[in-house]
Write a protein that binds this ligand. Structure first.
Ligand SMILES: NC(=O)c1ccc[n+]([C@@H]2O[C@H](COP(=O)([O-])OP(=O)(O)OC[C@H]3O[C@@H](n4cnc5c(N)ncnc54)[C@H](OP(=O)(O)O)[C@@H]3O)[C@@H](O)[C@H]2O)c1
Length: 325
């Protein structure tokens, strides 16, 4: 699989990464079952077999169980830690934590960032994270505190590189003004059905524009060498066989276009969806979240599939469900 640098870091990451969110089996407090442990290893092995070297976590995924179950791979595949790259995220707190009446919230305080990393390292059974992302923008962010937390984690050898997720250009600019560690990635939802960041540049100055307010985030990341990591790159299966809970004509039509183009090219629909995400010149990294080995392998075929401008626009138009201005 092709590799590329992650932003300004010295990491060489595969263009397709594995998203570990579902590996823990459920977002509850039930202990990990033997079946969940086995299934997680099957998914991780499928990702390794496909050539993936980058694994995406968050402290909250399945309430910590996704990180915990992942650590089973160290025994299953000896000497693996040095060969793969681990990313985790912090900054989201569940309601009811730590007190029964605590609200849902984001928390970029020094204390939360540092203690979240300690928890991730313990659950993942590793001494360091290759990358730490701030998960969702905290309106109460004090960038100086983030800077202090990042510096200390870096100096202690606990985190090598830092980034963010779901951040706009302006939020990135604020952080980068204070944070001394380079920001190397911004993980955002991006797929054929979810094109708000692209639409913003296209609907500019049109009558009745949709207000997406991404503030030139793609352009900002390109200018500042911040890799865009695409979460949801398979459009959650909605264009490759999954029945939508709330079917719409737009999704049905888009799925038909995806199926037709995939047939013409002789590739699985999953490969086409990933190739579409990777075709964007912002050196995007696709974070796939399917647990099924056959879908992991199908999606990874997208790495070798080069799409023409026309191919890309066919799918862009299908996902938008409306013509360009
Ligand atoms: N930064 C953030 O805020 C954020 C938010 C969400 C996710 N993420 C990260 O991004 C990763 C991927 O995100 P994602 O899982 O939302 O996106 P995704 O890769 O687009 O979708 C994967 C999901 O779609 C299902 N799926 C795919 N093809 C299907 C089909 N043909 N039929 C039925 N179901 C199908 C998968 O189920 P199966 O397992 O059954 O295939 C899985 O639940 C996550 O694991 C996580 O690491 C980050």
């Amino acid at each position: 699989m092709h590799q590329q640098p992650l932003g300004a870091s010295d990491l060489k990451v595969t263009r397709i990464a594995y998203g570990c969110m579902p590996l823990g089996g459920g977002w509850d407090d039930a202990p990990l079952s033997t079946q969940t442990r086995k299934q997680a290893l099957v998914s991780i092995r499928a990702a390794l077999d496909a050539g993936i070297n980058f694994f995406d976590h968050a402290d909250i995924y399945c309430r910590g169980k996704s990180e915990e179950v992942f650590s089973g791979i160290w025994q299953a595949v000896p000497h693996l830690r040095q060969r793969i790259l681990l990313q985790s995220k912090c900054g989201i707190c569940f309601p009811g934590d730590p007190n029964p009446d605590s609200p849902q919230r984001f928390d970029f305080s020094y204390e939360h960032i540092v203690s979240s990393v300690e928890g991730s390292l313990k659950r993942l059974q590793t001494d360091y994270l290759d990358v730490l992302l701030l998960h969702r923008p905290d309106p109460l962010v004090e960038p100086e505190e983030v800077a202090r937390a990042f510096d200390e984690l870096h100096q202690a050898g606990k985190v090598r590189w830092f980034g963010v997720s779901n951040h706009t250009a302006a939020q990135l600019e604020l952080l980068r003004h204070f944070v001394r560690q380079p920001i190397v990635a911004n993980q955002v939802a991006f797929n054929v059905l979810h094109t708000h960041m692209l639409d913003e540049g296209i609907i500019f100055n049109q009558d009745n524009p949709k207000l997406t307010r991404n503030e030139g985030t793609i352009e900002y990341c390109r200018l500042h060498n911040i890799t865009l990591q695409a979460w949801g790159p398979l459009a959650w299966g909605l264009l490759s066989g999954r029945e939508p809970e709330d079917p719409s004509e737009k999704i049905t039509k888009a799925a038909a276009v995806v199926a037709k183009v995939a047939r013409q090219k002789g590739v699985p629909a999953e490969a086409l969806l990933i190739a579409w995400v990777l075709r964007h010149p912002a050196t995007v990294q696709a974070i796939i979240g399917t647990t099924r080995p056959e879908r992991i392998a199908a999606a990874c075929q997208g790495d070798a599939l080069a799409l023409s401008r026309e191919d890309w626009y066919h799918l862009f138009l299908a996902g938008r469900g409306e013509a360009l201005p």
